[in-house]
Unconditional design. Structure first.
Length: 630
């Protein structure tokens, strides 16, 4: 085996710079150019003080004009904007979860979608009080998915999955009146509250932001994760690779991008068939390479070991290689720029969802009853396109790292069993992890998630923070584009244990894991909620007492704010590298960065100096240890 060395951010930037030369040659527009044209950003927008919720406006608050025309003050305007932003994120994640419920409903023994993890389905059915004895598994899937779909609009009660949380957390949610009811209701209530002439009290708006976030994390996202596992298998440890070098010059390259595994799973399935491979060979390719971008990539990497071409701000790079026959997208985080960009190359930009339709794309409507045919059509389009490559534009950066991924909650528990050496049987629990934290072998954990954002040097914050934390014996659970940053750097290679402090290194050796554990896509942050809950139950600590913090150093999307809200509302202090648009109101800002602690025992910290952000997290973890007396 060759010597292990991390890929530096500089090396990644050099690879990008080379691709940008191609962009210039073909006259392509790239995000790097658009950032320049958009800078500086609008200060009113950035601080959240602009309101355009009615046509008397837009109103923007300044010292000279402290209220909108309706009389709303800055706290109301900033609070409403924050709630609106959250509602957008919650709706998006939850609608993804709903699609998965529908896919599960369509599962059939002879259909496009089958059930790969029946045990998990039975476990959820029992959890929800659904009769399982003697039932046909597909019949059960129908009832469970229908029950799941009702979680979106049921007239009474609260989310079923809330019962997974420790008692103390459930009591907080009840006390603070933030238990999410039906998922769609929380989004509707949010939009109702922000309508002209409704709520303008910042406290009420932030409270609903938490509730709406919780309906995502403990509702829609959690169903998205759980039912994806039922359909496509609960992730287990699997080896893969990451960064642009996973694309293969002699193969037909299909890049899957977006979020919903129903599409990408089917593409992988079809592309693997002897029929398609023969077709690829017939056009002069050696085979077919599927790789991924963004969370869809995480989904298929976690379950199939499909390589990850890159994360959010690398999506244009895959086209710039000149070797991408098709970039196939479903929903979320897809740059509309891919349309015009693909026109500068031979690449087919294939949109598939009515929810994400874009100009300059080929629309192949994807639908769960015709999924097999749709996927076949897409793969064939890509194969036929191989001959249209322009050889003079082809350049795939020779840059990739090995990664071991697939750490679902179930897999983490399974791996932890390897660490157990006590007389008392602790298998099947998080106790080995708790013991390591108690003894100080591990100082704690950070859940690092989220996107890239050009406001932060791409990937640098993720990677530098991870390096710093593991050197301090802090283990990482990661998801989304943060996970891909880690994988590209090499931090998911088990050999990265050598970069850890002595304690974490020992844990990695005993459990045979890398120090940075890939837990999946953005909806899979629900896995982290389950992990935190189980640690709390096993240890007897409250979630807020666990030496654990959340972090999104390069976040950008509405979904990220929804996530932040449910992570904080679950009792986990959360550290951001980019300000949410809320600094324009001292009241809202102080609530988010401190006041929330009185409600849910956790709050936000925002720090754009990344090194300082790392220090603050380490300090918080150490403080939690001191408070526990460990
Ligand atoms: Fe999107 Fe989920 Fe953000 Fe990446 S991390 S840019 S939301 S793909 Ni979730
Ligand atoms: Fe202006 Fe009030 Fe209308 Fe907002 S709701 S645009 S602050 S008048």
């Amino acid at each position: 085996m060759s010597e292990f060395k991390l890929t530096s951010v500089e090396e990644m930037e050099a690879a990008t710079a080379r691709l940008l030369e191609t962009a210039e040659k073909v006259g392509a527009d790239t995000w790097q150019l658009r950032v320049k044209r958009q800078t500086p950003h609008c200060k009113f927008g950035e601080t959240g003080v602009c309101c355009r919720l009615c046509s008397m406006g837009p109103c923007r608050v300044t010292p000279k004009a402290p209220r909108g025309i309706c009389g709303c003050d800055v706290h109301g305007i900033v609070g409403r904007n924050f709630l609106n932003f959250t509602a957008g994120g919650s709706a998006t994640h939850s609608d993804h979860g709903r699609e998965i419920c529908h896919t599960l409903h369509k599962a059939a023994p002879d259909g496009n979608y089958k059930i790969k993890d029946p045990e998990k389905l039975i476990r959820i059915a029992k959890e929800w009080g659904i009769e399982t004895e003697g039932r046909d598994i597909y019949d059960l899937a129908k009832e469970v998915s229908e029950t799941g779909l009702l979680e979106y609009g049921k007239p009474f009660g609260t989310q079923r999955f809330l019962k997974r949380a420790p008692k103390h957390t459930q009591e907080i949610w009840a006390r603070e009146e933030i238990e999410p009811r039906a998922i769609d209701r929380e989004v509707s209530t949010a939009l109702h509250m922000t309508h002209m002439g409704c709520s303008s009290k910042s406290e009420a708006l932030i409270r609903q932001s938490l509730r709406c976030g919780l309906s995502d994390g403990w509702g829609g996202s959690m169903m998205g994760t759980e039912f994806s596992d039922v359909l496509f298998g609960t992730p287990k440890e699997v080896d893969t690779e990451a960064n642009l070098g996973v694309m293969e010059v002699e193969n037909v390259n299909i890049v899957v991008h977006g979020h919903d595994p129903s599409l990408s799973e089917m593409i992988c399935e079809v592309a693997d068939s002897p029929e398609m491979i023969a077709k690829a060979k017939a056009v002069g390719a050696k085979g077919i390479t599927i790789s991924g971008v963004c969370c869809t990539s995480n989904e298929v990497a976690m379950r199939r070991g499909i390589p990850m071409a890159g994360n959010f701000l690398q999506q244009e790079n895959v086209v710039l290689t000149g070797a991408c026959e098709a970039i196939v997208v479903d929903v979320q985080c897809i740059f509309p720029a891919l349309g015009p960009l693909s026109k500068c190359f031979h690449t087919k930009f294939i949109t598939t969802s009515p929810i994400a339709q874009m100009p300059d794309s080929d629309f192949v409507r994807f639908n769960s009853s015709t999924a097999g045919e749709n996927a076949k059509k897409i793969v064939e389009l890509a194969i036929d396109n191989f001959k249209n490559r322009k050889p003079e534009l082809v350049h795939i950066p020779n840059i990739k790292q090995k990664a071991t991924v697939g750490y679902s909650f179930e897999e983490i528990v399974h791996k932890l069993d390897g660490v157990t050496n006590s007389i008392v049987d602790k298998t099947g629990t998080t106790m080995p992890l708790v013991d390591c934290v108690k003894s100080g072998v591990l100082r704690g954990a950070v859940a690092m998630v989220g996107c890239n954002n050009p406001k932060i040097r791409p990937d640098a914050a993720h990677i530098e923070l991870m390096k710093k934390l593991i050197a301090n014996d802090i283990i990482l659970v990661v998801s989304g584009c943060s996970a891909q940053a880690a994988a590209k750097a090499g931090l998911m290679d088990k050999r990265a244990k050598d970069l850890c402090g002595a304690g974490l290194k020992r844990v990695c050796e005993l459990a045979d894991i890398p120090p940075v554990l890939h837990m999946g896509s953005c909806v899979d942050i629900s896995r982290m909620m389950v992990l935190a809950s189980e640690i709390a139950k096993d240890s007897g600590w409250n979630i807020s007492q666990i030496p654990l913090v959340g972090c999104a150093p390069e976040w950008m999307s509405e979904k990220a704010v929804s996530i932040g809200n449910y992570v904080v509302a679950t009792g986990i202090d959360t550290y951001l590298g980019v300000e949410p648009y809320a600094t324009g109101s001292e009241e809202v800002d102080q609530l988010l960065k401190g006041g929330l602690r009185d409600w849910v025992e956790a709050a936000y910290t925002v720090e754009s100096d990344i090194d300082k952000l790392g220090d603050l997290m380490i300090e918080a973890i150490e403080n939690k240890r001191t408070a526990l007396g460990i």
